[in-house]
Design a protein around this ligand. Structure first.
Ligand SMILES: Nc1ncnc2c1ncn2[C@@H]1O[C@H](COP(=O)(O)OP(=O)(O)OP(=O)(O)O)[C@@H](O)[C@H]1O
Ligand SMILES: [Mg+2]
Length: 365
């Protein structure tokens, strides 16, 4: 089922009651989540990700705007009638119940013609336990399982009522790196197998990029960019998104467009730019640098770090915004430096130009 968020704004009263101002957790946010897809909501802490999930689940009501499930306006519909499965940021299993009882819990209080017999409940529990591969653990208690197993129990519990929508709020945050990788692949498998429209919150951009059909990048309650992960990475709309996606981070230089050419300091990076003269930021992805003696950007060489397949060149340039320019090249590339200087060519498709005031992308090609 598709979900539509139509110009949603959510304001909370300021916790400090003496202050009149409100906190705007979500700011005029519009997005359509296509049926059966996995969408990752991505952004720094406090940008409104959990609030968006709570607005979809019905735990919060928007201050303005509407929520649609399919064509139905559910803005006023209570959470229990929305058919949403939710795994919270700090998922909590009931410690005194077994895995079976934990998963069965949402089925126990169904009323009227939805009421289930013991056998029906057991059958549903078995089915989801199988899906998340914990059939053998049904008689254990949460304390007798690993973090990843507990995670899967929480997901099974969210799935047992066959929700139309699955909302996962940082479901992997408590797992170690290895288990996290395994569990995220498993999550994707379950999502593909069930075809449930799923919204997944994370602040880990790699996690978001690796398992989702679409990503939505947020900042301070606003939608900054949405799209297929690789497309957003390859074509960021603004400096925030460019910086947010990619490890190591994009390298940002202050530069300018002058007489239809792009400069970083005195180095002319490119000719034939169709723009008025202005100050800009130039972002270059780490994989966008090619050492070349007749390159365009001169930097002070600091260090070469070889890490198996790749090597990382650390260098410095006076117009660089951060401490060290990090460029990544294949480890079998020969790196020549002369007098402590290294010269790079910049791959045009890995180089982005942003207005220095609005920080919006300027298309120069
Ligand atoms: N019930 C509330 N009352 C007041 N302010 C709130 C409430 N819930 C959230 N906020 C504020 O709204 C903003 C968005 O919060 P939200 O929990 O949605 O962020 P988040 O993106 O999920 O962050 P995190 O990654 O840390 O979980 C924050 O500034 C937060 O302090
Ligand atoms: Mg949150």
């Amino acid at each position: 089922m598709k979900i539509v968020l139509d110009h949603i704004t959510k304001k909370f009263p300021n916790i400090n009651k003496k202050e009149k101002s409100e906190v705007t957790a979500v700011d005029d946010f519009s997005y359509e989540i296509p049926d059966g897809k996995l969408v990752a909501l991505l952004g720094p802490s406090g940008c409104g990700k959990s609030t968006i999930l709570n607005l979809i689940s019905g735990l919060e009501k928007p201050t303005q705007g509407k929520v649609f499930f399919g064509d139905d306006d559910v803005t006023g519909l209570p959470a229990e009638n929305r058919g949403v499965g939710l795994v919270f940021q700090n998922y909590a299993l009931y410690p005194h119940l077994t895995v079976r009882e934990n998963i069965r819990f949402p089925l126990e209080n169904l009323k009227g013609d939805k009421k289930l017999s013991k056998e029906e409940m057991e059958e549903k529990v078995q089915r989801v336990a199988k899906l998340v591969q914990i059939e053998a653990l049904l008689d254990r208690r949460p304390s007798e399982m690993s973090g990843g197993q507990q995670q899967r129990v929480a997901i099974a519990r969210a799935l047992v009522k066959k929700p139309k929508v699955l909302l996962l709020d940082e479901p992997l945050s408590n797992l170690d790196a290895r288990l996290r990788l395994q569990t995220r692949e498993e999550l994707r498998r379950i999502q593909l197998e069930t075809g449930i429209t799923t919204i997944f919150v994370t602040h880990d951009q790699e996690e978001a990029m690796s398992i989702s059909d679409y990503i939505v990048v947020m900042k301070e309650g606003r939608l900054m960019q949405k799209g297929v992960p690789q497309k957003v990475y390859d074509s960021p709309d603004n400096l925030f998104v460019a910086k947010f996606l990619g490890t190591p981070q994009i390298n940002v230089f202050s530069g300018e467009i002058k007489d239809n050419a792009l400069f970083i300091g005195k180095d002319k990076i490119r000719d034939g730019i169709n723009s008025i003269d202005k100050k800009v930021y130039v972002g270059v992805r780490p994989e966008g640098f090619e050492p070349s003696k007749d390159g365009v950007l001169r930097c002070e060489f600091q260090k070469l770090e070889v890490m198996g397949r790749d090597a990382s060149i650390l260098s410095h340039n006076d117009n660089f915004d951060g401490t060290v320019i990090r460029s990544i090249i294949p480890s079998d590339t020969e790196v020549k430096t002369t007098g402590g200087e290294i010269v790079f060519n910049l791959k045009p498709w890995k180089t982005f130009v942003f207005d220095s005031v609005s920080e919006e992308r300027i298309l120069i090609d």
